[in-house]
Write a protein of this length. Structure first.
Length: 561
């Protein structure tokens, strides 16, 4: 046996032994539940045969019989919850074989080369990761969406689903995708072992039961038994947690060793693309997609956008030089029959997962194309922020019994750079002024956020438990921003609106940084530093000088939404 074969067998053997350890925990739990019944049967038989007669034995039989019935009922209740509780299933975009025959063929050929069962289906997730997901639990099993003709030895009803990160399909080339998927597909071999499959089902059932028991419930009649179920499930989870972790480590080791025979050299290069894809995808979501989602718009071609973002990142980052030359090879998205439709579905799912948008488009939740993004998102966001800024300013002015002013940039700069007040004046200096305005904007943003209806819950099979109907988002992108950050954003938006209205500037899109201001076709990145000087130091001179150089007239009213 070769060195690789020995490593594969060693990892598989370790996984199988740990799976048996997990199953022994299940067996011991069952033995504990049956022990009172066994004692009761012995006492009842002893009484029937005359070997355990008398008042003391009769009392013992009654007590043990009651305990046995209670223990059996408790065991049945725990078992029912474990079986019925739906383990977490990743929300994905299902890819049928009819919509991606080349992709299925690539995965099937890869499984043949690795001598493992082929996955039962393929699905996409809007994330930079790939894994196998077992969906055979009784409460979460669903018919495979794809039924590719394949040899019976390669297709089984219990084969896991291959989940692929959708950004990989658009950024990676076909050969790179195959190299990245090799160790993932190799994991179907250990997954087919009955002991490992049974151990995984047991652990997933326990985990789902704990989640169900932790859900808030107003009914005391259900809270007490569910509390017992949760305690029992957590106890068994603690007993088998180490064994389960070692089992998965053994499975991963065996799969990795087996995959070394397939595209090993290319996989090292492909892993560099995985890291690059993750960086570009994160920037695209936080800087580009998030502003649109907050406005009720969702970019409909996120995966296509990640190609532009990563190409731009490769151009800017000297460590990534040479990566763009590979774009001449066939992209993995060509393995799909209709990549545009798949991209749109993945983009909508990303909006649900990361922001909590509705499951379907509507009047207040519509798609936006990249060509429309500057006008439909950037310009509207600036004007909405500018309108909020002046609304808050009007509120502060009204508290000082002064008539509201027109929405001009001069008004904002004068407010933030006003001279320190005298002792008898209203206590709003350059730093009490900025703090008060920042706090008011923060409160206004919070009020608007609270007024937004809660997002729709996940549907069956989209990752919720049997009784879990909690809303999205599952993965919030950014923590809440401070009032000072919000104030800087709103002042920047006001400057951009004034530049567009009076100096011929236009809104633009930077694939890595999101909304930008273009003056004469060029991005003016220095604007941020000038706005911070005004907001943090009350110094308007740098911003006024920049406005004069660009030709912006701050005294002119801006158009608000």
């Amino acid at each position: 046996m070769s060195g690789t074969g020995k490593s594969v067998e060693k990892g598989a053997q370790s996984a199988r032994s740990r799976a048996l350890a997990v199953l022994r925990v299940r067996g011991r739990a069952l033995a504990v539940a049956l022990l009172p019944a066994a004692v009761a049967v012995v006492l009842l038989v002893g009484g029937a045969t005359g070997h355990a007669d008398g008042g003391g034995w009769d009392a013992a039989r009654w007590v043990t019989s009651v305990v046995a019935v209670v223990a059996l009922l408790a065991a049945v209740a725990v078992g029912v919850v474990i079986v019925r509780a739906r383990p977490a299933v990743t929300p994905t975009v299902e890819v049928t074989e009819e919509s991606a025959p080349d992709l299925y063929r690539l995965v099937r050929d890869l499984a043949d080369r690795l001598e493992v069962p082929a996955p039962s289906a393929i699905a996409l997730t809007p994330d930079c990761d790939s894994w196998l997901e077992d969906r055979t639990h009784p409460a979460s099993a669903s018919p495979p969406t794809a039924s590719a003709p394949a040899p019976a030895r390669r297709r089984t009803a219990t084969a896991p689903v291959l989940v692929i990160g959708s950004p990989f399909l658009w950024w990676m080339r076909v050969a790179e995708l195959r190299a990245v998927l090799a160790p993932v597909v190799a994991g179907t071999g250990p997954s087919a072992h009955p002991d490992i499959a049974a151990a995984r089902r047991f652990v997933r059932g326990l985990d789902a039961a704990v989640a169900v028991a932790a859900l808030p419930d107003r009914s005391l009649l259900r809270r007490i038994p569910l509390g017992f179920v949760g305690w029992t499930s957590r106890l068994m989870l603690r007993s088998c947690r180490t064994h389960a972790a070692e089992m998965e480590r053994g499975v991963a080791t065996a799969a990795s060793e087996r995959a070394q025979t397939v595209d090993y050299g290319l996989r090292i290069v492909a892993q560099e693309q995985v890291g690059l894809a993750y960086a570009g995808w994160d920037r695209l979501l936080t800087r580009v997609a998030l502003p649109a989602w907050r406005m009720g718009r969702w970019p409909s071609r996120l995966d296509a956008g990640v190609v532009s973002a990563l190409t731009e990142l490769s151009r800017r980052d000297r460590l990534a030089e040479g990566f763009t030359s590979r774009l001449g090879d066939r992209p993995a998205c060509d393995l799909l029959e209709e990549p545009g439709a798949v991209d749109e579905a993945a983009s909508l799912l990303a909006a649900r997962l990361f922001h909590g948008g509705p499951a379907e488009p509507g009047p207040d939740w519509s798609p936006v194309d990249w060509s429309q993004y500057p006008e439909e998102v950037v310009d509207r966001k600036w004007r909405a922020d500018a309108a909020r800024l002046h609304h808050v300013l009007d509120t502060l002015v009204a508290r000082r019994s002064t008539a509201p002013d027109t929405p001009t940039l001069t008004r904002v700069m004068d407010h933030l750079s006003a001279a320190p007040p005298t002792r008898d004046a209203h206590p709003l200096g350059p730093h009490p002024a900025a703090e008060a305005l920042a706090a008011a904007i923060e409160a206004e943003v919070a009020r608007e956020g609270a007024a937004v209806p809660a997002p729709a819950p996940l549907g069956p099979g989209e990752g919720d438990g049997l009784w879990d109907t909690g809303p999205l988002p599952l993965f919030p992108l950014q923590p809440p921003r401070t009032g000072r950050d919000l104030l800087a954003d709103h002042v920047t938006a006001m400057v951009c609106c004034a530049a567009v209205d009076t100096a011929g500037a236009v809104p633009g899109l930077d694939w890595l940084d999101g909304p930008v201001l273009l003056v004469g076709g060029e991005r003016r990145a220095e604007l941020t530093a000038h706005v911070l000087s005004l907001v943090e130091d009350g110094d308007a001179a740098p911003l006024r000088s920049w406005l004069a150089s660009v030709g912006v007239r701050p005294e002119k009213p801006v158009r608000l939404v």
